[in-house]
Design a protein around this ligand. Structure first.
Ligand SMILES: CCCCCCN(CO)Cc1c[nH]c2c(N)ncnc12
Length: 227
């Protein structure tokens, strides 16, 4: 079973349109779509925005629906200057920029007995790169930082870049990475850029959410043919 996870309805819908939904299971105030694609069993859901919601849904996919890998598809804000709206990026690892226990001498993003960074699955990432090559699509890779805030200021964006060496910003990947690390499940995250995470990002996000969600969804479908 492969888990396909998104944060928002707009990110999931273009994927659902391409798969054969067999059953919809209502659980944990959410809907889980059991589907087939290319003879593979999928469980798909959108978690709602944020680290708690995405951690909850990832855990349910793994524990209740027996997902053996989690693939995330969605949109993100750009931190790298060379990432433009519509560009694709996969996470090499994820982190949580809004964790701050520095008063106790710990680094930003660190919780005692846990990790700052959660590694994404290298074999899924190499499949993504070969798909990008085959389709002649640009695909970046880098650290993607998460926090329960929509980032729309150059100052905050630059702080996250400096502190975590992050290339993109969103609100779920660090939490899903932690869940997959905890349960020893391979994690892959693909994001298409929807905004610059600077002043005015909210306007861009509204304008490009649907289009960038489709860019990510289209690529994810191509990935599913190869895994
Ligand atoms: C009601 C609207 C909710 C926006 C949710 C944004 N998602 C969260 O995963 C991705 C994202 C795109 N751009 C972002 C940004 N600049 N900061 C944080 N997250 C993001």
């Amino acid at each position: 079973m492969i888990g396909i996870l998104c944060a928002m309805r707009e990110e999931l819908e273009p994927i659902l349109e391409e798969v054969e939904v067999k059953e919809v299971v209502e659980y944990g105030k959410n809907k889980f779509y059991l589907a087939k694609f290319d003879n593979k069993d999928l469980v798909l859901a959108y978690s709602k925005i944020g680290k708690v919601n995405s951690a909850t849904t990832a855990t349910i996919m793994i524990e209740k629906f027996k997902a053996k890998k989690i693939l995330f598809s969605g949109v993100a804000g750009a931190i790298d200057e060379d990432l433009k709206i519509g560009d694709l990026i996969i996470a090499t690892k994820t982190c949580q920029h809004d964790i701050d226990l520095t008063v106790f001498g710990y680094p930003y993003g660190y919780i005692p007995e846990s990790e700052v960074y959660f590694e994404c699955d290298k074999s899924l990432n190499s499949i993504a790169k070969s798909v990008a090559k085959k389709l002649n699509l640009k695909l970046k890779e880098g650290i993607i930082a998460s926090g329960d805030q929509f980032i729309h200021s150059k100052e905050k964006k630059e702080w996250i870049k400096k502190t975590f060496n992050a290339s993109a910003i969103e609100m779920e990947g660090g939490a899903v990475g932690c869940v997959c690390f905890t349960l020893n499940i391979p994690f892959f995250m693909l994001r298409a850029i929807s905004d610059s995470a600077e002043e005015g990002a909210g306007i861009d996000f509204d304008e490009f959410l649907e289009e960038s969600s489709k860019v990510s969804a289209k690529f994810l479908i191509e990935m599913l043919k190869e895994i």
